[in-house]
Design a protein around this ligand. Structure first.
Ligand code: CDP
Ligand code: MG
Length: 730
């Protein structure tokens, strides 16, 4: 049932008067760029206009840079359309496909469409493709642009629409054969910008959370009614800010402290970051109760992806958490960095959507003027490992000369090629190997794909390793309670999952006990685990297993025989398990991980509990660990079983470890760490030497691998390559 309130809402959006013009433009133009202010109705309305006006279109695809946006928008649109999610309108993100054979409008991440395009460059299922939020310039969107240009040559009848907030759109039009640009006239109101008198952005890094809270309190007590949106960078600080403001609010004497007391008698506070839990609080999108003021602490997701109505005040911390290539580890890290001027303008604009408003920048005007004009596209600042592998798989070898809107740095392409060589996905001439070809079966980072294949083909432990890989592919599984007592309880309970070899086995332990509980929600609550994340891990395990079966990768268990048959006289015979694990052959599992993660090998300092990356500690030209103090010191994350405080192992017993990712706080913390033996990786380390003589630069076009464009069409998971960060949701 479509209700009249929804119809009225749809008709009140700035895009509505242009409905017919937009439909006509799409009818006449195969390529079109549409721009309009955030909140004008591009994402929710234009796909519906196409759905309603072109009944002959079989499938319309709309890409979103964020998984969370794909889900919430599909939800909203199916509600507007009066259908059930997954029927006419659905979404598809990596490992979560909510579409059916009836689906005609599919919201998906740009990664999902990219993967579909690598399998079928003609995108034969679709009659229209909309690349939405193009201004975000994610790595996947940028690669898609290049591929879509080719698709347009192959299928000129396919409608391609690029939608963007008002930033740099000429660039998109220029790229797509100077196609027309359709402008949705904005309905924005004045926003008064208040800069901080003298605060330099560089000095704000440690204080911006506290200052944001103080500024929110200032607005609340001194300014007329109107809701507040605060831009911070991640989950932890957002939760802290919510708590701190709640505390300050509790101490207010409204009658004496609040200037507009007659109209403002209370405060409601919400966090919003990119997890479903926060997006599902529908109340965020509603008006707050009468005489109260709403304050929303948000990540960048509120900058252009979601629109929170009623915002009159914006507080801009000046920072964002951004994917950034880390040359030390060769992986992407999420770093808190200053925003660009364009982002600052977008943020301020959120205050002027329905009436005039005010923006409070925590930094000075001078700092604003020194900011970069535009945000650097992700393709120029992130690891290209997965991208290069996908392009190679499609037979595109000349990556440097691939048609990009903004080409990546050749040095980054070279880094990706080096890593692919170390993973044995390409040979020393840059040609895709059989293994490399097989690695693109999985919608996983090349690192994890390699591990899965090794566990199946070489180490005979794939039944267990697939679980660990699934656990590494979900968001944070540990819940950090706010309450101190509960925090201690959580720490205590975590101990039962520790394993002396480290965190990979801890993840396996957790999953198995979750399974033994019947995948119980109550069990998760009791142990302080995120039920949604663990359920997702189960689903991912199932999907990965299916892919393995389909591609004849054997599922074998490394469960020890002597464990099952306790009285068996031969029980000790086959055991080569130095961890005294009674259940599994732990070594083979860790060897599987070492097949990729030997690239993340670190050695402990002889006298201190810090580690140094193998390649930098022993690589060509570097000094020995003892004498070289300029090397980056890696610390074991406090959440790791191997952290000295957890007393699972003595620090002296640690020598070599591998890690899954590095998180930068005030230190570089290794996350998901396990003990390894040098002998397991010795042979692979030889690849570092071969790398030095491999012919991987400047000769990308050399290999003659045939066009391999038509792979398997049944896979529709995305190839988000950034999943090397376990806490990517921040
Ligand atoms: O894409 P664009 O920024 O132009 O706008 P949109 O995302 O289509 O949003 C249009 C309107 O729908 C906004 O006023 C949003 O507040 C509203 N909306 C909503 O109420 N709930 C959602 N889940 C998504 C959008
Ligand atoms: Mg939008």
């Amino acid at each position: 049932m479509v209700n009249t309130k929804i119809i009225r809402q749809r008709e009140s959006l700035p895009v509505f008067p242009y409905r017919q013009e937009i439909v006509d433009a799409i009818k006449n133009e195969p390529l079109l760029v549409v721009i309009g202010e955030t909140g004008s109705g591009k994402t929710t309305q234009i796909p519906q206009y196409i759905l309603e006006s072109f009944p002959e279109y079989r499938l319309i695809g709309v890409t979103q840079p964020r998984r969370i946006a794909a889900i919430t928008v599909a939800n909203r649109v199916s509600e507007e359309h009066g259908s059930r999610l997954g029927d006419d309108i659905g979404y598809c993100i990596r490992f979560d496909d909510c579409t059916s054979s009836r689906t005609r409008l599919k919201y998906m991440t740009d990664g999902v469409l990219l993967r579909e395009a690598t399998i079928d460059p003609r995108l034969g299922h679709y009659d229209a493709i909309i690349v939405d939020e193009a201004h975000e310039r994610t790595l996947e969107t940028d690669v898609l642009f290049g591929l879509l240009k080719e698709t347009h040559r192959l299928r000129p009848e396919l409608k391609i629409l690029v939608m963007s907030a008002t930033l740099n759109v000429e660039k998109f039009s220029d790229f797509f054969n100077s196609c027309p640009i359709f402008v949705i006239p904005g309905r924005t109101y004045d926003v008064a910008i208040n800069h901080h008198r003298d605060a330099k952005i560089s000095s704000l890094k440690s204080t911006y959370v506290q200052r944001s809270v103080e500024t929110a309190l200032y607005i609340h007590t001194q300014e007329p009614p109107g809701d507040i949106l605060v831009f911070l960078t991640g989950q932890n600080e957002i939760e802290k800010a919510c708590r701190d403001l709640e505390d300050l609010d509790r101490d207010l004497n409204y009658k004496t402290d609040v200037k507009y007391y007659e109209d403002v008698k209370g405060l409601v506070i919400y966090p919003i970051y990119a997890t479903l839990e926060t997006m599902e609080q529908k109340a965020i999108f509603d008006d707050p109760p009468r005489y109260t003021r709403k304050v929303v602490f948000a990540t960048n997701v509120a900058q252009t992806s979601v629109t929170i109505p009623g915002i009159k005040y914006v507080i801009d911390s000046g920072f964002v958490k951004q994917k950034t290539y880390d040359p030390t580890t060769g992986m992407d890290a999420l770093l808190v960095v200053p925003i660009s001027q364009a982002a600052a303008t977008q943020r301020a604009g959120r205050a002027g959507r329905t009436a005039s408003g005010q923006a409070f920048r925590l930094y000075s005007r001078e700092s604003y003027e020194q900011m970069e004009a535009d945000t650097v596209p992700e393709i120029q600042r992130s690891s290209l490992l997965g991208t290069v592998l996908s392009l190679k798989k499609m037979g595109i070898n000349d990556i440097i000369n691939f048609e990009f809107i903004d080409p990546p740095d050749p040095a980054m392409v070279k880094n990706a090629l080096k890593q692919l060589f170390l993973l044995e996905a390409i040979d020393d001439t840059g040609k895709l190997t059989t293994l490399g070809n097989e690695m693109s079966i999985f919608p996983l980072s090349p690192f994890l794909s390699r591990v899965l294949i090794a566990s199946a083909r070489q180490y005979e432990c794939s039944r267990e390793v697939v679980i660990i890989v699934a656990m590494l592919s979900v968001e944070e599984i540990f819940i950090t309670p706010r309450n101190v007592e509960k925090q201690m309880d959580a720490d205590e309970k975590r101990k039962e999952f520790y394993h002396p070899s480290g965190d990979h086995m801890m993840l396996l332990n957790i999953f198995e006990k979750f399974r033994d509980s019947g995948y119980g929600r109550d069990w998760c609550r009791d142990k302080y685990f995120n039920y949604r994340a663990l359920s997702m891990a189960k689903s991912i395990r199932d999907q990965l297993r299916e892919l393995m079966e389909k591609h004849d990768l054997p599922l074998v268990s490394c469960r020890l025989k002597n464990y099952q048959v306790k009285d068996d006289g031969r029980q000790r015979k086959k055991r080569r398990n130095s961890y005294q694990d009674v259940k599994y052959n732990v070594e083979t599992m860790l060897e599987s991980f070492s097949s990729s993660y030997y690239i993340n090998l670190a050695k402990r300092h002889p006298h201190r509990p810090v580690f140094y990356h193998y390649a930098s500690a022993t690589g060509p030209g570097s000094e020995s660990i003892d004498s070289n103090s300029s090397l980056l010191a890696l610390h074991i994350s406090p959440t790791s079983a191997l952290h000295p405080d957890n007393k699972v192992v003595r620090v002296d017993d640690l020598d070599w470890v591998t890690y899954h990712s590095v998180l930068y706080t005030n230190k570089a913390l290794m996350k998901v760490v396990s003990k390894v033996k040098l002998e397991w990786v010795q042979e692979r380390l030889g690849l570092f030497k071969k790398l030095a003589v491999a012919n991987l630069d400047g000769s990308y076009g050399k290999s003659k691998s045939e066009n391999n464009m038509h792979g398997n069409t049944d896979e529709d998971n995305d190839n988000k390559v950034d999943s090397v960060m376990i806490d990517a949701q921040e």
